[in-house]
Design a protein around this ligand. Structure first.
Ligand code: 3PG
Ligand code: MG
Length: 394
């Protein structure tokens, strides 16, 4: 993957347009509840500011209706947080596509939610050209949105005088590429979460590469069904049993494996008051719901993780938000933290688990991508990165 990089450019006196991914979770009052993506965007902004550029930053927030700007779509809280992290005021500019606003060298402005502009989602060429005309250098630092071909992530890269990758984007490509292209073996992937259907492509593509594919949550239940176990009232997708079977066969043929839980934690409901029972996977009763892996299975996964060379982690293995079903994910997080392996993790639930179990400093690389993280690991070409590659030679 060859792209121009911001850090190789002289930005003095230049107008620099940075597309960041500042799409952060907020509570009902609009307060930012988790600011990792804003923090991760700081290095590129600082680099441009310290290099003497006039800096414009934009991002989407949520999935607003184009052509409207409702209060809840506004980047206003993000501008405040950005200002705190940069120790300087960040002006928020509305109706910015046609230009007509000032930004001085050494100053940074935040351009209001780019998805409120008509044509953004459809990668409209006219919109992209107008935005490109605002800058001398276009920087894409929005790895979290790299799987979307939109006007600020794709079209603009074709028309800006220079198009390059920001520091975060470059770091993501390097770290994820390292795990994907020349991983130290054994390569272990952990794919958890509720549905096989939403992760089928990543499961299939990993099944072709990894030495052990650890499945968790509702995904594991579907695999248990495929291996002939009874799962009672657990969340699963019976129509995907064939697919799960095919993945296990594919792994077996290569001498690799999908280690399935041998013991589980069950309850009759998913609630804070639910009574949890640890039982053998062979003893699951009709009304039981499997909500975590049991201690024996967790210990086995711990061993696999301890011996890994590279670990790719997306998704929890149990309902870790509730203490009685958090044991498996906690044990796994601790095993990843203690492992010598190069580990990468990504996805909203995974980041929440990392924060909950305080292992952020012990994970090799934490991706800011959710969908983009998965698609990159699937080996798909991400349109935003492809657009930068196109501009590498000129
Ligand atoms: C994300 O949160 O996954 C990215 O910011 C992309 O957002 P989207 O799924 O709304 O395109
Ligand atoms: Mg999303």
């Amino acid at each position: 993957m060859q792209v121009k990089k911001l850090i190789d450019l002289d930005v003095k006196g230049k107008k620099v347009f940075i597309r960041a991914d500042l799409n952060v979770p907020q509570d009902d009052a609009g307060n930012i509840t988790e600011d990792t993506r804003i923090r991760a965007s700081i290095p590129s902004i600082k680099f441009a500011l310290e290099g003497g550029a006039a800096v414009m930053v934009t991002s989407h927030l949520g999935r607003p209706t184009e052509g409207e700007l409702n209060a809840e779509d506004s980047l206003a809280p993000v501008a405040v947080r950005l200002g705190q992290l940069l120790h300087k005021p960040v002006r928020l500019i509305q109706n910015w596509v046609e230009g007509g606003f000032e930004v001085a060298p050494g100053e940074v402005v935040l351009l209001e939610n780019c998805r409120c502009n008509k044509g953004e989602k459809k990668d409209n060429e006219e919109l992209a050209k107008k935005m490109a005309a605002l800058c001398d250098i276009y920087v894409n630092d929005a790895f979290g949105t790299a799987h979307r071909a939109e006007a600020t992530t794709h079209g603009i890269a074709r028309f800006a005088p220079v198009a390059c990758a920001g520091i975060l984007m470059g770091g993501e490509i390097d770290a994820l590429g390292k795990a994907l292209h020349a991983p130290k073996r054994p390569l272990v992937a952990i794919v958890g979460g509720s549905k096989v259907s939403s992760k089928l492509t990543i499961l299939k593509s990993l099944a072709d590469k990894v030495d052990q594919l650890i499945v968790g949550g509702g995904i594991a239940n579907t695999f248990l069904l495929a291996s002939g176990k009874r799962i009672g009232d657990s969340l699963a997708e019976p129509d995907l049993v064939k697919e799960a079977h095919a993945i296990m066969d594919m792994m077996k043929e290569r001498g690799a494996e999908v280690p399935l839980p041998t013991d589980v934690v069950v309850a009759d409901e998913v609630s804070a008051l639910a009574r949890a029972n640890k039982i053998s996977v062979d003893d699951v009763a009709v009304h039981d719901r499997i909500l975590d892996i049991g201690p024996k299975s967790a210990a086995r996964l711990g061993e696999i993780i301890a011996n890994a060379g590279t670990i790719v982690w997306n998704g929890p293995v149990g309902v870790f938000e509730l203490p009685q079903f958090a044991g498996g994910t906690k044990m796994m997080a601790s095993a990843i933290a203690h492992s010598e392996a190069f580990s990468i993790a990504g996805g909203g639930d995974t980041l929440a688990a990392i924060a909950k179990f305080h292992i952020a400093d012990d994970v090799g690389y934490i991706s800011t991508g959710g969908g983009a993280f998965l698609e990159f690991l699937e080996g798909k070409t991400l349109p935003a990165i492809a657009a930068l590659e196109e501009r590498f030679k000129d």
